[in-house]
Design a protein around this ligand. Structure first.
Ligand SMILES: [Zn+2]
Ligand SMILES: [Zn+2]
Ligand SMILES: [Zn+2]
Length: 301
């Protein structure tokens, strides 16, 4: 199978709309350094794709990377979905607002999987609908939400197996409920090849590391390099761990000890100094034998 990395930024993208920090200023001058919100598309035939996460940039990403309808396949209705299904990791906007794009195409009834509390949060029920309860006005079921239990395996495409497992990331409210939802990482396997996608993860403990053993690829959260990065760059007294992200400098050390084929970082915040070529951090990633993803990166598994 092949993974196309559609986007590699955290919630604001790079540059952020209102920011003049060095990374944003450089990316504003040089379009090749811009990053869209994190998302991946998985295929085993380059015909149909499984999308994981749908953020603000979804439509641009589909157009840029050629996941577009083909006139010869579209037929009389002029429509074809290159997406086989959608899997969502959690309820933050950079992973879900792109669902609003599926407000057309009435015949597709696109299967959309996510943690049960996320499906409730986004769609609600027929009697008590939530924000995406009525995506478009011409049909009822533009998408078919499916509550995916942790550990349950779904087979899509020509035998690509996808399984979600819960990771620490979102806020825990006083009653114990996770807000806006719990968070999954996804294990994607086919013919002995296995990738794990965890764009937002706040703890790399033994439970997570044991799942990575023997995996070919781990695509993982690199929102911040330092735990106190927002304090250093933006003067905001909130840490990476408080926001549910393992800092990249710590992930680099932890993952150096794990038997995984390729460690590839994604979900970069505009403040992460690893984005700046002049700083030493990029070289530290390379020296550790690890990689930073870029928009449009192709990964064979
Ligand atoms: Zn995110
Ligand atoms: Zn910035
Ligand atoms: Zn998040």
């Amino acid at each position: 199978m092949e993974i196309t990395v559609l986007g590699t930024a955290s919630i604001g993208g790079v540059p952020e709309w209102d920011c003049t920090c060095p990374n944003c200023a450089t990316a504003r001058r040089d379009p090749s350094l811009r990053r869209t919100r994190s998302s991946i598309a998985v295929t085993d035939d380059e015909d149909r794709y499984v999308l994981i996460d749908a953020g603000h940039d979804l439509k641009t990403q589909l157009e840029t990377h050629g996941l577009t309808p083909r006139p010869e396949r579209a037929g009389k209705t002029h429509r074809e979905s290159r997406l086989d299904s959608v899997f969502l990791t959690h309820g933050h906007a950079d992973h879900t607002v792109g669902v609003a794009e599926f407000c057309t195409g009435k015949s597709f009834e696109l299967p959309l999987y996510g943690p049960p509390d996320l499906v409730d949060f986004l769609f609600g029920s027929e009697e008590d609908p939530n924000f995406f309860g009525e995506l478009g006005r011409l049909a009822r079921d533009y998408v078919k939400p499916v509550k995916l239990l942790a550990g349950e395996t779904v087979t899509r495409l020509g035998g690509v197996e996808i399984k979600g497992f819960e990771v620490r990331h979102t806020q825990v409210l006083s009653g114990g409920r996770r807000y806006p939802s719990s968070t999954y990482a996804y294990e994607i396997s086919q013919s002995g090849g296995r990738a794990v996608y965890a764009p937002d993860i706040g703890l790399l403990d033994e439970a997570v590391l044991s799942r990575l053993e023997g995996a070919d690829v781990f695509l993982v959260d690199a929102t911040f390099w330092w735990d106190d990065e927002l304090q250093r760059i933006s003067g905001i007294p909130v840490t990476s761990y408080q926001l549910g992200h393992v800092p990249q400098e710590e992930a680099l050390k932890i993952l150096s000890r794990v038997d995984v084929g390729r460690v590839i970082y994604t979900h970069f915040n505009h403040t992460n100094p690893v984005l700046d070529e002049k700083q030493p951090y990029r070289e530290m990633v390379e020296t550790a034998g690890q990689e930073n993803a870029f928009d449009g990166m192709k990964i064979r598994v």
